[in-house]
Design a protein around this ligand. Structure first.
Ligand code: ADP
Ligand code: ZN
Length: 194
């Protein structure tokens, strides 16, 4: 039987995930830049909660930058995506609401390549919703590792250095560092210790 192609193009979901400082934003920017060089229609979003660097740009810790739009929710993101857009980039996926996986599915169903970067774990090493749900439905997953600042091994954890039980505590310098499984200590961030 002949293969039936349903549309002139089709969409899918790519997820880039790992700890802080592992190069998620760099990898997202690299893929989006290549799409722009190929003259594809690209739109880039990040959640409004992440205002640590710049209002209308994604900025990596190594100072790579790309223009982006702030959105308050995944529903708002969907409504901002133009019909002609071929590639949708999303940073800080873990700060979106639980509808992000459904929103990405909708966009992929409309033929768009959707690329999402986000933390896989929170400061206690727990899966950081909605990233686990997104990983389950993505076609392609890239797991990035940082370098443990204590011992130099590959780092899979985000170590919070200040005591706070807020799941979302936005910032980087002085607040977080990358650590491997051995050097990661979730009790460092425990409020009771202070
Ligand atoms: P993420 O989006 O995952 O937080 P970025 O893409 O913003 O990561 O930044 C990655 C860059 O951060 C690296 O290329 C490197 O220049 C820098 N960096 C700083 N600390 C570390 C670390 N502990 N491990 C790896 N890279 C680090
Ligand atoms: Zn270590």
């Amino acid at each position: 039987m002949d293969v039936v192609r349903k549309a002139p193009y089709y969409g899918w979901i790519e997820v880039i995930t790992g700890s802080m400082f592992s190069g998620k934003s760099e990898e997202l920017i690299r893929r989006l830049r290549r799409a722009q060089i190929a003259r594809q229609h690209v739109q880039i979003f990040k959640p409004i909660v992440d205002d640590r660097f710049s209002a209308d740009q994604i900025v990596s810790h190594s100072d790579m930058r790309i223009a982006s739009q702030n959105v308050p929710s995944s529903d708002a993101l969907i409504s901002r995506v133009d019909d002609e857009t071929e590639v949708v980039g999303i940073d800080e996926g873990q700060f979106f609401d639980a509808n992000l996986p459904a929103a990405c599915n909708t966009l992929a169903g409309r033929g768009k390549r959707v690329i999402v970067a986000g933390l896989d774990q929170d400061y206690l090493g727990r899966p950081f919703e909605p990233m686990p749900q997104l990983l389950a439905i993505a076609e392609y997953i890239t797991k990035t590792l940082a370098i443990c600042v204590v011992c130099g091994d590959p780092a899979n954890h985000t170590q919070r250095l200040v005591a706070s039980s807020d799941r979302v505590l936005v910032g980087a310098t002085g607040l977080y560092e990358a650590r491997c499984r051995h050097c990661f200590d979730p009790t460092l961030a425990s409020v009771e210790k202070v």
